[in-house]
Design a protein around this ligand. Structure first.
Ligand code: GLU
Length: 401
């Protein structure tokens, strides 16, 4: 952030304000577990800025969730919405828990308790949560239902990423990967790279990673590696994503697939490929492995997957990194479309959603490239500049105190 602020000569008062999150709420959530015991979970909702519109951002269920991380992610959301040109501020939430070890009933009770606890600070015109790591459309449906009951009104616009049947948008589940794929397509076109000559490794096989694998395969890239939390598989000759998805569904992990040889979850990042898609979690490429990364192009579909040291090292080495706030902004962009449809109670076709996403993300990409050229900086710094530029203008117009 600092570097981008310096290079564009951002008003220091504005940087100071944006370096703080506006509000943090920590809640305790007592839940009756299936075995009759009572367990108290800790939940968070952090609101960073509402300069450009209502607070917006997902919430995650993960054992290592903590306030500092949620604050950093909330800040990222303000920048992401700004770089994407959608009229939102930034927020993030989470609950410290292990959803993989919880039943559906426990997850439902936890989600409803969370809504009750943060009810006062959210709402369709104020703060709109969404899925993030290990939260999904079903959880968003419970969230919407609980909020609607508490407010005695049907309020689908309080949360995005819902199932289609209860006010979700077509194309939301594929949106993060789709946005990244549109950017890659454009990048390859501009740099005269042929998709059929590109080999790809995808780290992470959740929503973003799985669809990215499919979409890049459809673009004729060769998928040579994929991984999930249990490990990875690699095959220099290329693999069939459909076969891997089928095995993942049936047996719980990509490593059960015979499409490639099994490799360690971390080692997949060091395997030869042209494009490395990071779709797992933060801090995956770091001091320990940055020197072994072979990819020439990195697409950050997760938030913060390359840490600061690795970013500086790879940048110097000439590796192009398409930064998270741009690369994965397709998710929140289609969340915005979902919210617009909810507010109008009028729903769009998949073609309309994808056409608007393509246009929006390509504009965000071109704007970033222009700043990169103007300021002769990395794409990450340029994306920050693009975000700061809109935030600075909004703050100058609205006032800063
Ligand atoms: N959690 C996603 C992100 O980090 C989506 C947020 C949203 O749709 O509001 O961008």
């Amino acid at each position: 952030m600092q570097k981008a602020a310096q290079c564009m000569d951002l008003d220091p008062e504005i940087l100071e304000i944006l370096s703080h999150t506006q509000k943090s709420l920590i809640v305790s959530l007592p839940i009756r577990m299936d075995d009759g015991s009572l367990k108290v979970f800790e939940g968070y909702r952090v609101q960073h800025s509402e300069l450009r519109g209502p607070f917006k951002g997902g919430f995650r269920y993960f054992p290592e969730v903590n306030l500092d991380e949620i604050k950093a992610l909330a800040t990222e959301m303000s920048l992401k919405c700004s770089v994407a040109g959608i009229p939102y501020g930034g927020a993030k939430g989470g609950i410290k828990c292990n959803p993989k070890a919880m039943s559906q009933g426990e997850l439902e009770r936890l989600t409803r308790k969370y809504v009750q606890a943060i009810y006062q600070i959210i709402g369709p015109e104020h703060d709109i949560p969404a899925p993030d790591m290990y939260t999904n459309p079903q959880i968003m449906a419970w969230f919407m239902d609980e909020y609607s009951k508490l407010s005695n009104r049907h309020q689908p616009g309080v949360v995005t990423g819902k199932p289609i049947e209860v006010g979700g948008s077509l194309g939301r589940n594929t949106a993060t990967a789709q946005g990244g794929a549109y950017i890659l397509e454009e990048y390859m076109k501009q740099n005269n790279l042929k998709p059929e000559a590109m080999t790809v490794v995808v780290q992470g096989f959740g929503n973003a990673g799985q669809y990215a694998t499919e979409l890049l395969h459809e673009m004729n890239c060769t998928i040579v590696g994929v991984s999930d939390s249990k490990g990875g598989i690699y095959n220099a000759k290329g693999m069939d994503p459909n076969a891997i998805i089928k095995i993942k569904k049936e047996k719980g992990s990509v490593i059960k697939s015979s499409e490639g040889e099994v490799v360690d979850a971390q080692k997949i990042l060091e395997k030869p490929c042209d494009i490395l898609v990071l779709a797992a979690m933060e801090n995956q490429v770091n001091e320990a492995n940055m020197k072994n990364v072979k990819a020439k192009l990195i697409l950050e579909l997760a938030n913060g997957p390359v840490n600061g040291e690795a970013d500086a090292y790879l940048e110097k080495k000439g590796v192009v990194i398409i930064p998270d706030i741009l690369a994965n902004s397709g998710g929140v962009t289609v969340s915005y479309f979902e919210w617009v449809q909810n507010q109008q109670a009028y729903y769009w076709t998949l073609e309309e959603v994808q056409m608007k996403l393509k246009r929006g993300i390509n504009e965000a990409f071109q704007r970033t490239l222009k700043f990169q050229k103007d300021f002769d900086c990395s794409m990450r710094e340029a994306a920050y500049v693009s975000a700061f530029d809109r935030l600075e203008k909004a703050m100058k117009l609205r006032g800063r105190q």
